[in-house]
Design a protein around this ligand. Structure first.
Ligand SMILES: *Cc1c(COP(=O)(O)O)cnc(C)c1O
Length: 362
């Protein structure tokens, strides 16, 4: 029976910082000064007021969120945002531009098409999403309601570094798998959204950052739970919010602050990723999947030259305490997700395993 923590390379729900898990465990029976757990108190109590306020304040501090942006803690995952973004921002006969860089952007397009007109401003599907588009390949509509992108493509292991220049058209980004992995130029975006279970906290809470002026676009006819304007007016508490998820986010944001903030975390993430990519580039035995120009710092996708050995790689890695290395079911291969909470020791252990595996099977 395994009772210690192993190294978890799953793409999501994914590893959380050990210090956060321990703090949550410590407070689960009774929050200090409260005598009840966060699972048992009213979402309108002063205790929960403090948790929600702290979560938002710490996030604003570490992510440097400008004053004219609202921070919302919602539900329904990134998948609900695929629909809410067009429901709130895409009116009548207007058109929305989408940058298609993987399965998640395709799903966002599918939902948007149910609401309004969509223009594919760029797609790398013909190259099996092994890269994101170059900025000179992006063809924007002159008067788009917004431009939608996926900042990190969890399944393919690609990530944007330079942002498309959209002028006054709001840029909307699904940052589910790389939010808080590096400093966020929030003022370049109209809306940022992220489901929590990759790099923020437990499944069930969705972070949305929206520029205040865009709230005016929410149609009055929208059901209340789908309206950014009403959700913002009600301070994310239009109904019972995901209290435990918000509590966990507060702990994660505090942990990030203690790590030195997003700049320090980004440097650490770059170190971890470069160790793995160097290992992949070093040998013919392993092949990196993503184009070197846009390799993800969060999800490292790779294959074995001898593909039939991949199941054995996954199995023996798991036996060695390295879990979750199987690639996404739609693309196969291998993937090491190395979110903020993956310790450098985990990456070192994986590299060591990769060398051993190559020696025994090369
Ligand atoms: C995981 C993921 C999603 C889906 O998130 P849900 O919370 O399951 O809806 C969407 N976009 C990206 C980039 C993801 O990594």
């Amino acid at each position: 029976m395994v009772t210690h923590r192993i190294f978890n390379f799953s793409a999501g729900p994914a590893v959380l910082p050990e210090a956060v898990i321990k703090a949550a465990q410590h407070d689960l029976l009774a929050l200090p000064d409260v005598g009840m757990s966060v699972l048992e108190i009213s979402h309108r109590s002063t205790h929960f007021d403090a948790i929600l306020r702290d979560a938002e304040r710490t996030f604003r501090e570490i992510a440097n969120v400008p004053a004219d942006y609202r921070v919302l803690f919602l539900q329904g995952g990134a998948s609900l945002q695929f629909g809410m973004v067009p429901m709130n921002l895409l009116a009548g006969n207007d058109i929305a531009d989408y940058l298609v860089t993987g399965v998640w952007s395709q799903k966002a397009v599918k939902e948007a098409k149910k609401i309004g007109r969509v223009h594919i401003a760029a797609s790398t599907e013909a190259e099996e999403f092994a890269r994101v588009p170059r900025l000179d390949e992006v063809v924007l509509s002159p008067e788009a309601a917004y431009v939608h992108m996926t900042s990190n493509n969890t399944i393919y292991g690609t990530q944007w570094t330079d942002l498309p220049e959209t002028g006054t058209v709001p840029l909307v980004s699904d940052m589910s798998s790389d939010i808080v992995s590096r400093p966020i130029p929030v003022d370049r975006f109209g809306v940022i959204y992220a489901s929590a279970q990759k790099n923020l906290g437990p499944a069930g809470v969705t972070l949305v950052i929206i520029r205040e002026d865009l709230l005016a676009r929410s149609p009055v006819t929208l059901p209340s739970m789908l309206s950014y304007r009403l959700l913002a007016d009600n301070g994310s508490r239009q109904n019972t919010p995901p209290v435990f998820g918000i509590y966990m986010l507060r702990l994660v944001f505090e942990w990030l602050r203690i790590q030195g903030g997003l700049g320090a975390v980004a440097a650490c993430n770059a170190r971890k990723a470069s160790v793995l990519y160097e290992e992949l580039d070093r040998s013919e035995f392993y092949r990196s999947v993503a184009d070197p120009t846009c390799r993800s710092m969060m999800n490292v996708t790779f294959r074995l030259a001898k593909r039939d050995l991949e199941p054995r790689f996954v199995q023996e890695a798991a036996a060695a305490g390295l879990d979750g290395l199987r690639g996404h079911r739609t693309v196969g291969g291998l993937r090491a997700s190395i979110y903020n909470a993956m310790p450098e020791a985990g990456v070192m252990a994986l590299t060591e395993f990769m060398r051993d595996f190559e020696r025994s099977n090369g």
